[in-house]
Design a protein. Structure first.
Length: 399
């Protein structure tokens, strides 16, 4: 779930307690009052909504024209207008000049950067682009609606990946969204809003966007991983399938692709040195040494002694597994048995969990790429920077 922090003075969207049809309450800041206890913030209630994003839309519409929105809100409560009519004022009316004037007071949101960039006719702005390219950027910006009010500094790789994963658009359109985000984050660096090392746009994964079923896969949530840990201590309820629950945790704490795990031979695991060697991957950068988290050592030890197969993970009969067979015969049954049906979890969800957790723990970007097997940004980093395995082990143990 995307976590949003709205700009100072913009208002808030909070979830009310209890079971409610419309649990998300939107309130806009209308000023402050000085009392004996200090400064008190004053609010205008903007209604309650079914979804959080609707509350944010209400805030946006209110700030664009408070009088019209307030009138529409009263009509909406009486059933005279639809919720789409209520949010009809959501298009931004903020000028670049106003943003520049207030930027230090309210923080720099993605929408503010977009407006500035869109109006900039310089080398790094949008106004100098072709009419066709500008139309593409306009359409791509519409798909950024869920994150446009977030501070640029708060937009992590996880947030952007969720934006892509939760979209129903095709790979071409999502590729355009990624390109737009590249432009906006580069512009943010130029304007000293973020540092170069904070730009993680290039690591947005579009590999699942071409397949409508796979495109919607989501990162394993922390709650789901905790539930898997609890289940791993008592796998008997799953019968012979139970030992494959260990593979979910191995994937989640190594960042391995499912094909890399299934092709991993026992002889390429060095438990005494706490790493394994991936010798076959779909990309050259995937050939790497992967640190072994202390949390999953018992599971790897189990599979090393489980049977005589030369592969770490094998079928019930000890045979080599393909990714498709593992997914259809093992993964899908595990997900159903764990109660995760309908949560759009695939084997790739484990890799996303690992990447997200490493990023959240502020692990050095170079180390994340080494662990996950992503291509380095430049030749210097790829060839001349040598990273020993010890820092990678320390990094993987943080999650």
């Amino acid at each position: 779930m995307i976590k949003m922090r709205l700009p100072n003075g913009f208002g808030s969207v909070t979830k009310l307690s209890g079971k409610r049809r419309n649990p998300w309450r939107a309130r806009a800041t209308r000023g402050w009052e000085i009392t004996e206890k200090g400064t008190k913030q004053l609010y205008v209630n903007l209604g309650c909504y079914e979804k959080k994003i609707q509350g944010i839309q209400a805030l946006t519409a209110y700030h664009n024209d408070p009088d019209i929105f307030t009138g529409l809100l009263d009509m909406y409560k009486k059933g005279h207008v639809t919720i789409d009519d209520l949010f009809a004022l959501r298009l931004p009316k903020t000028s670049p000049e106003k943003i520049i004037k207030n930027i230090e007071n309210v923080g720099t949101t993605l929408e503010q950067i977009y407006v500035l960039w869109f109006a900039d006719s310089g080398k790094y702005g949008c106004a100098s682009k072709s009419d066709q390219r500008i139309r593409v950027y306009r359409r791509s910006w519409e798909l950024c609606e869920p994150i446009k009010h977030m501070l640029v500094s708060d937009i992590t790789l996880e947030v952007m990946q969720n934006l892509i994963d939760e979209s129903d658009e095709n790979k071409i359109k999502l590729g355009n969204v990624k390109q737009l985000l590249k432009m906006l984050f580069a512009y943010s660096i130029i304007k000293n809003v973020i540092k170069k090392d904070d730009n993680m746009v290039e690591y947005i994964d579009l590999s699942q966007a071409s397949d409508p079923k796979r495109r919607k896969s989501k990162r394993l949530s922390t709650a789901s991983v905790n539930a898997i840990w609890e289940t791993s201590s008592n796998i008997t309820a799953f019968g012979e399938l139970g030992i494959y629950i260990y593979t979910i945790l191995i994937l989640s704490y190594t960042g391995l692709r499912i094909s890399e795990l299934l092709d991993l031979k026992k002889e390429r695991i060095f438990l005494d040195k706490r790493y394994l060697s991936v010798d076959d991957s779909k990309t050259p950068s995937g050939i790497r040494l992967v640190p072994i988290s202390e949390k999953i050592i018992p599971f790897i030890e189990f599979w090393l002694s489980h049977n005589d197969s030369k592969y770490l993970i094998s079928s019930f009969a000890g045979k080599h597994l393909s990714a498709s067979v593992f997914t259809n015969s093992y993964w899908n049954k595990l997900i159903d048995g764990l109660g995760f049906s309908g949560m759009n979890y695939t084997t790739h969800s484990c890799r996303k969990f690992c990447t997200s957790m490493l990023t959240t723990k502020k692990v050095d970007e170079r180390w994340i790429k080494k662990i996950i097997g992503h291509k380095a940004q430049d030749l210097t980093e790829d060839v001349y920077t040598e990273i020993e395995i010890e820092p990678l082990i320390e990094a993987i143990n943080l999650i």
